[in-house]
Design a protein around this ligand. Structure first.
Ligand SMILES: CC(C)(COP(=O)(O)OP(=O)(O)OC[C@H]1O[C@@H](n2cnc3c(N)ncnc32)[C@H](O)[C@@H]1OP(=O)(O)O)[C@@H](O)C(=O)NCCC(=O)NCCS
Length: 156
């Protein structure tokens, strides 16, 4: 697939040869993913990054040869699910997450896919903003219940 050009930004489909760059970008962004019960995340190794290409498709944006944005999807039955999207901290709030994710969805739509899903922590304003900009709607939410601390209990 050729590169998409949207808003003056080239989005390209990455290949397994890019797995080390994907892993390097994820090592920079890892601490910015909210770790919640429903969105727990392990660090992405190079082998894990290579596995993304075996299971699905990965799109990215480079600046000066450096990978600065990435998004990964795979088909799970009829559903095309985005595993993650990230942007290097030095390049955020420029619409790059929205652009790379939108290009990935369009490429998958071009390939005949019609049903798309994505997840994210409710506390992750960047994730929610990106997904709303791409056009996702929130259809379900997960709530984690924890027992009250003893000093939160009402007197009996
Ligand atoms: C989430 C993330 C990918 C957003 O990347 P980005 O390129 O900065 O996002 P965009 O510029 O496309 O932002 C789109 C919209 O999201 C919202 N948004 C983005 N970052 C935000 C933030 N830190 N706080 C509040 N809103 C935010 C805004 O509404 C923004 O639109 P605007 O800039 O016109 O107001 C980036 O912060 C990141 O890599 N975080 C760590 C990884 C992660 O949490 N990924 C998402 C879960 S898979």
């Amino acid at each position: 697939m050729g590169a998409h050009r949207e808003h003056g930004v080239d989005v390209e489909e990455l290949t397994v040869a890019d797995a080390p760059q994907v892993a390097a970008l994820e090592s920079v962004t890892f601490s910015d993913y909210p770790q919640t019960q429903a969105t727990y995340r392990e660090p992405l190794t190079e082998a894990g990054a290579a596995g993304l290409f075996a299971d699905g498709r990965v799109f990215g944006i480079r600046r000066n040869g450096q990978l600065i944005a990435v998004t990964a999807t795979s088909a799970q039955g009829d559903l095309t699910e985005t595993h993650f999207t990230s942007v290097h901290p030095d390049h955020r709030r420029q619409g790059l997450a929205t652009v790379v994710k939108a290009a990935s969805i369009l490429a998958n739509a071009d390939a005949g896919h019609t049903w798309f899903g994505t997840g994210g922590a409710g506390t992750n304003a960047g994730s929610i903003g990106m997904n709303e900009a791409v056009g996702y709607e929130i259809t379900e939410t997960w709530h984690t219940l924890v027992p009250p601390r003893s000093d939160d209990r009402l007197p009996s």
